[in-house]
Design a protein around this ligand. Structure first.
Ligand code: HEM
Length: 556
C-alpha cells in the first residue's frame, strides 16, 4: 500500500511491506517482561565508529514490526515465545553528532530542542534534580537502546554486551530497568496496583473490541507514524518517542486514599473499625483518582470493582451522560488525560491520543509475600525508588504529549473550572505537600452531593527526553565502512572459544562485540537458543558467508 494510504488507513495489513522497515513496539507493544533502556552519550571524535556500530547493531538486533508480527503469529499458532527484542532511538543531539544532513532529519520542532527545553512549560522539576545520567551531568544523551525479553538473563546479557562493545565509543550514562508487575489475574499493573495499559489506540483488525458504540479505539498509523526522511524510500517511517521516569510514592497514595475517604464519606477515624462495606467504599477514592478500580473496572460503568459479567477491562464508555462526574469525577486521571466526549468533538480528542508503552521500574525492590505478591502492609509500601518508566509514541510531540500534559493534565481548570490538576501525574508536584490540591468528590457513587478533600502529589518526575525511532534502513545507512569481512577467515567451533565474558557476536564486524582477535579470528554464531547473532543477509558479503553453528553455547 502506498505510504500516504497506509498512514491514513485502518486496519493495518499485517503483511504490508512497510512493516519491514519500521521498528517494532510502535504498532503493537512488545509485551516482554523485562526491559533495559540504555541511554548513550557518544564520545568525541568517534562519529565513524559510532555510525558503524549503530548500523551493525540495528541490522542484527533491532526488531522490525514485520518480525514482531511474525513472532506474534508464531506464538499464537505454536506457543513459541518471541526472541529478544530491541529498538534503537536517536535524540536531536544524536543526529547532530552523527552529522546527518538536515534533509534527512526528523522535523518536529520539540524533538529538535529536547524535553529540557520544555521544562518550564511542562512545569517539570529542575533537571538538576533528575536522576543521575538523565540529568545531563554525565554527558548529553545522543541515543537510547531498548532491550526487552521474557528472560531477564537474556536481556541482561545483551545489555552487558552492548555496554562492553560500546566502551570505546560511548558512555552509557544511565540504564533504566523495567519489570512488568502482574496482579493475581496475570494482568499488568502499575505500582499502586491498578491495571494499566487498557485503553489504547488500536491499529489491527483483530484487536478491535466487541463493543465500540460508546468508545471506538480504532486509529490510523498517522497517529504516531511519520515519514522518515533518512530512510531508503517513501515507505520508510519512524515515530517520535517520549520517555519520562515517574517515581511513585505508593504509601502516600494508599494512606491518602483512606484519609480522603474519611472526610468524603464520614468514615470513622480508626480504620481498623471499618466494616467491609466501608472499606469497599474507601476504595472509591483511589478509583476516582484513576478512573478505574484496581482490577481495571471503569468507575464510569460501575461503583464497585470486579464486574466479571461486563469484563472489567471494559473500555466501551464515554462521559456524555448528564451527571457523569458523579460516577467518574472530572479530575480522574483517565478523564484528564483522555477526556473522550468531554470536549466538543470526540474526533479532536482522538487526535491527541498517545500510544503508551510504559513499564514499571523498581530501583528499590518492593517487599513481597511468600507467594511473590507485592506486600500491601502500609509499612511495606515504598515512598520512592519505584515508579513508571512512562513511554509513548506520537506523530507530533507538541500536539500530542505536550498538549495532553499541559492543556489537560496540568491545567487546574480543565475540563471544568476548579477541576484541579491530574491527581496522579499533574505537574507541578508539591512533594512537601504544603499546598495540597482540593478535589470535588461525590459524597457517594452516583450522588449529586460533593465534598472537597485533598489528594495528589505522589509523583516525582525524575527525568526524560524526546527521541525518534528511525526506520531500519536509516539506521543501516549510518555505516560508513563496509563490514570488515576480510577479518573473517575461519569459523571456530564455539567449544574452542575461551570464555569471553560476553556473547561473541557479529563476527564480520569487530567493532560490535568485544573479543580478542588473537583468540578468535571469526565466529558467526552465537546464542543458539535465540539465534541472536545470525548475521543479517544484507550484511554478509557474497562468498564470505560464515558458517552458522547452532549447536554450541557461549557462557556469558
Ligand atoms: C506514574 C505515572 C502513571 C501511572 C501510575 C498511570 C496509570 C494509569 C492507569 C492505571 C490507567 C488506566 C488503565 C488504562 O486505561 O490503561 C491509565 C490510563 C491512561 N494514562 Fe496513565 N499513568 C501514568 C502516567 C501517565 C502519563 C505521564 C500520561 C500522559 C501524559 C498518561 C496518560 C494516560 C492515558 C491517555 C490513559 C488512557 C485514558 C483513557 O483513554 O481512558 N499516563 N494510566
Amino acid at each position: 500500500m502506498p505510504a500516504a494510504q497506509f498512514l491514513a488507513n485502518f486496519p493495518v495489513d499485517p503483511a504490508d511491506p512497510i512493516l519491514s522497515d519500521l521498528q517494532g513496539n510502535i504498532l503493537k507493544g512488545h509485551g516482554r517482561q523485562f526491559t533495559f533502556n540504555l541511554f548513550l552519550s557518544f564520545k568525541a571524535g568517534k562519529r565513524k565508529e559510532v555510525g558503524n556500530w549503530i548500523a551493525s547493531f540495528s541490522s542484527v538486533f533491532v526488531t522490525t514490526a514485520r518480525k514482531q508480527q511474525d513472532e506474534t503469529q508464531l506464538f499464537h499458532d505454536e506457543r513459541i515465545p518471541g526472541s529478544i527484542f530491541a529498538s534503537f532511538f536517536l535524540t536531536a543531539e544524536g543526529y547532530k553528532y552523527l552529522g546527518v544532513a538536515s534533509a534527512k532529519k526528523p522535523t518536529d520542532p520539540k524533538f529538535g530542542i529536547g524535553m529540557k527545553a520544555s521544562n518550564a512549560a511542562l512545569k517539570d522539576p529542575n533537571p538538576a534534580t533528575w536522576s543521575a545520567g538523565l540529568n545531563g551531568a554525565d554527558g548529553v544523551i545522543h541515543a537510547m537502546v531498548l532491550v526487552a525479553d521474557a528472560d531477564i538473563h537474556q536481556a541482561r546479557s545483551l545489555t552487558r554486551a552492548i555496554k562492553l562493545s560500546l566502551a570505546t565509543k560511548a558512555t552509557v550514562v544511565a540504564v533504566e530497568r523495567g519489570v512488568v508487575l502482574r496482579n493475581a489475574e496475570g494482568e499488568g499493573i502499575e505500582h499502586n496496583n491498578y491495571v494499566d495499559g487498557i485503553s489504547q489506540p488500536v491499529f489491527f483488525a483483530n484487536e478491535v473490541p466487541a463493543h465500540t458504540d460508546k468508545w471506538d479505539p480504532r486509529a490510523t498509523p498517522s497517529l504516531m507514524l511519520v515519514a522518515d526522511p533518512g530512510g531508503k524510500d517513501g515507505n520508510s517511517m519512524g515515530s517520535y518517542f517520549v520517555f519520562r521516569k515517574l517515581e511513585q510514592n505508593v504509601r502516600g497514595f494508599k494512606t491518602q486514599e483512606k484519609e480522603t475517604a474519611k472526610t468524603v464519606f464520614n468514615l470513622p477515624a480508626n480504620e481498623a473499625s471499618w466494616t467491609p462495606a466501608q472499606a469497599t467504599q474507601a476504595e472509591l477514592i483511589g478509583a476516582w483518582a484513576v478512573g478505574r478500580f484496581e482490577d481495571g473496572t471503569p468507575v464510569m460503568l460501575h461503583g464497585t470493582a470486579q464486574q466479571p459479567a461486563m469484563g472489567h477491562l471494559e473500555n466501551n464508555f464515554n462521559f456524555a451522560d448528564a451527571g457523569s462526574d458523579s460516577k467518574c469525577p472530572f479530575h480522574a486521571h483517565i478523564r484528564k488525560s483522555g477526556p473522550r466526549t468531554d470536549l466538543a468533538g470526540a474526533d479532536f480528542n482522538k487526535t491527541k491520543r498517545l500510544v503508551r508503552r510504559g513499564i514499571p521500574y523498581e530501583d528499590k525492590p518492593r517487599i513481597r509475600d511468600a507467594e511473590g505478591n507485592l506486600s500491601d502492609k502500609p509499612e511495606d509500601l515504598p515512598t520512592g525508588g519505584v515508579g513508571l518508566l512512562f513511554m509513548c509514541y506520537v506523530a507530533n510531540i507538541a500536539n500530542q504529549f505536550e498538549f495532553v500534559q499541559q492543556a489537560w493534565v496540568n491545567a487546574p481548570d480543565f475540563s471544568q473550572t476548579g477541576t484541579g490538576k491530574d491527581p496522579l501525574i499533574g505537574q507541578p508536584t508539591d512533594l512537601s505537600n504544603a499546598h495540597p490540591t482540593q478535589y470535588h468528590w461525590p459524597t457517594d457513587y452516583g450522588a449529586a452531593g460533593r465534598k472537597d478533600a485533598r489528594f495528589g502529589d505522589f509523583i516525582n518526575m525524575r527525568g526524560g527526553e524526546y527521541f525518534f525511532a528511525p526506520s531500519l534502513s536509516m539506521l543501516k545507512s549510518l555505516r560508513t565502512d563496509p563490514p570488515a569481512l576480510a577479518k573473517v577467515q575461519k569459523t571456530l567451533a564455539l567449544s574452542t572459544v575461551p570464555k569471553l565474558g560476553v556473547p561473541v557476536g557479529i563476527l564480520h564486524d569487530t567493532s560490535l562485540f568485544h573479543f580478542d582477535p588473537n583468540l578468535v579470528s571469526g565466529v558467526s554464531v552465537l546464542d543458539p537458543l535465540l539465534q541472536l547473532f545470525v548475521p543479517d543477509k544484507d550484511d554478509v558479503g557474497a562468498g564470505v558467508v560464515n558458517t552458522v553453528h547452532t549447536e554450541h553455547t557461549v557462557n556469558v
